[in-house]
Design a protein around this ligand. Structure first.
Ligand code: PHE
Length: 449
């Protein structure tokens, strides 16, 4: 009981939706999704992505919420408590905490870039520049010796400050106002992008599925992107689930989070690709796709200065609510399992993440030796966490809920101990128990073979 009492919890339903959506919505939607869609053939990728989000993403979000709220503990603690002393299940939690650390490391690199772009937006630095000038600026920035690292440090420090304040005051308050604002801005950008010359080409790239482009790699990348974007497979939603109140309707919360996350990603695509085709940026341009294409749109927009500034501020905040959730996974683990004070845990976790993060940032510089198997250290962290660790984590999470906890516990949680009705519960349980594990295993094995 004392353990229950000292745990923070979200103040309202909208608070948990906002926080979980805040974790899910971030660079993964606005930066990573267009990059992945662009380099995996567009429409075909998106179709598979949507299918995976619906059949695997949604059930895994619910499974994570069930684990967290049932156990009322951090990720490792949740597995320990619910598996009643098993030594193996908590390992899923340990891997998740490690994964949070690795994601935070490279995620903070790009998060730092958003600060650079806020500064440039304030200085009206993009105005009047053509694509080539923007590309040169971008690459000289990521090749600069210290600037990206300073922004990265600043970003992690702000994340730590929010974590110091605790879940309710720290996370809930900001996300509730800022996420809707991001949505409004994206809608404005979509409208602008759709009036550009390349709109038709961009949309057909996005939505016309060319099935010949689908191969095992594309499917694995879509799986990784779905898990990454929904913050699944590494315990974020377990940790946040542990702060959900016992009277919350978890399945509708999960559905809201999935819908918000997915629509923001698709909207980002609708903003980026028409503009990319208009200005001649290749859809496969990777990192520069977003950071170079967007300023080109703003340059052509009435009130571009204002929109540009707002956009990069909101992008930065969207990234912040995601880094907060990553750090929270580590801090909840360290305070509850290792019995370290919250402040100490926050400082130590941040420093470790920053140390690894610096290597990720430096590995993007031209001519660096920080690469693994032909990939930069940054890309390796990104690929390994999203495409390997998250799906594997997700696999064990659904096995745990579907087979270990079983239907009785699942139904108790989803119906708040039989006090509310939940129409789709059996379908969701079926997806968790059979469909999700089989699908993840098949995608993995076929990729390996
Ligand atoms: N989902 C976040 C995004 O889309 C990234 C993230 C992944 C956050 C995993 C937490 C855990 O940007």
């Amino acid at each position: 009981m004392s353990e229950l009492k000292k745990r923070d919890s979200f103040g309202s339903k909208i608070g948990i939706i906002a926080a979980a959506a805040g974790s899910a919505i971030g660079l993964g939607n606005i930066y990573r999704f267009p990059c992945e869609a662009g380099s995996n053939g567009g429409g075909a990728f998106i179709m598979i992505y949507l299918l995976i989000v619906l059949c695997l993403g949604l059930p895994v979000v619910i499974a994570e919420f069930v684990i967290g709220r049932r156990a009322q503990s951090n990720e490792v603690g949740s597995f320990r408590i619910l598996s009643k002393g098993s030594r193996l299940w908590p390992c899923v939690g340990y891997v998740g905490v490690l994964c949070a650390l690795l994601i935070l490391a490279f995620y903070s690199t790009v998060s730092g870039w958003t600060i650079e772009y806020i500064v440039r937006a304030v200085q009206n630095d993009f105005s009047g520049k053509d694509l080539q000038a923007l590309e040169t600026d971008f690459s000289s920035f990521i090749n600069a010796p210290v600037r990206p690292i300073i922004w990265q440090a600043l970003f992690i420090a702000v994340t730590a400050l929010i974590i110091f304040k605790g879940v309710k005051d720290g996370i809930e308050k900001y996300v509730k106002i800022l996420m809707p604002l991001l949505l409004v801005l994206l809608i404005a950008l979509c409208v602008k992008s759709l009036t550009l010359d390349g709109a038709k080409q961009g949309l057909s790239f996005l939505f016309k599925a060319d099935f010949s482009k689908i191969d095992n790699d594309v499917i694995l990348n879509a799986l990784g992107q779905a898990f990454f974007s929904l913050s699944l497979g590494m315990g974020c939603m377990i940790t946040y689930g542990s702060y959900i109140s016992k009277s919350d309707r978890m399945s509708s919360t999960a559905l809201s989070v999935v819908l918000c996350d997915t629509s923001i990603a698709i909207m980002a695509g609708i903003v980026i690709f028409p503009a990319a085709f208009t200005f001649g940026v290749s859809p496969e341009a990777g990192m520069g796709l977003v950071f170079n294409t967007l300023p080109m749109i703003f340059n052509q927009m009435y009130g571009g200065y204002f929109f540009c500034l707002m956009f990069f501020i909101l992008l930065s905040i969207a990234a912040l609510t995601s880094t907060v959730s990553l750090l929270e996974v580590m801090v909840a683990f360290a305070t509850e399992e290792l019995h370290i004070s919250r402040n100490k845990a926050t400082v130590c976790s941040s420093i470790i993440a920053f140390a690894i993060g610096v290597l990720a940032t430096l590995s993007l510089r031209a001519g660096t030796s920080l690469s693994v198997g032909g990939m930069s250290f940054f890309d390796m962290l990104d690929w390994f966490t999203a495409n390997i660790l998250l799906p594997v984590g997700g696999f064990f999470i659904v096995i745990f809920v579907g087979w270990f906890l079983g239907k009785k516990v699942f139904v108790e949680e989803i119906t708040n101990n039989h006090t509310i009705a939940s129409k789709g519960k059996l379908l969701i349980f079926f997806l968790i128990r059979y469909v999700a594990p089989v699908a993840v295993a098949v995608i993995f094995i076929s990729r390996l073979v």
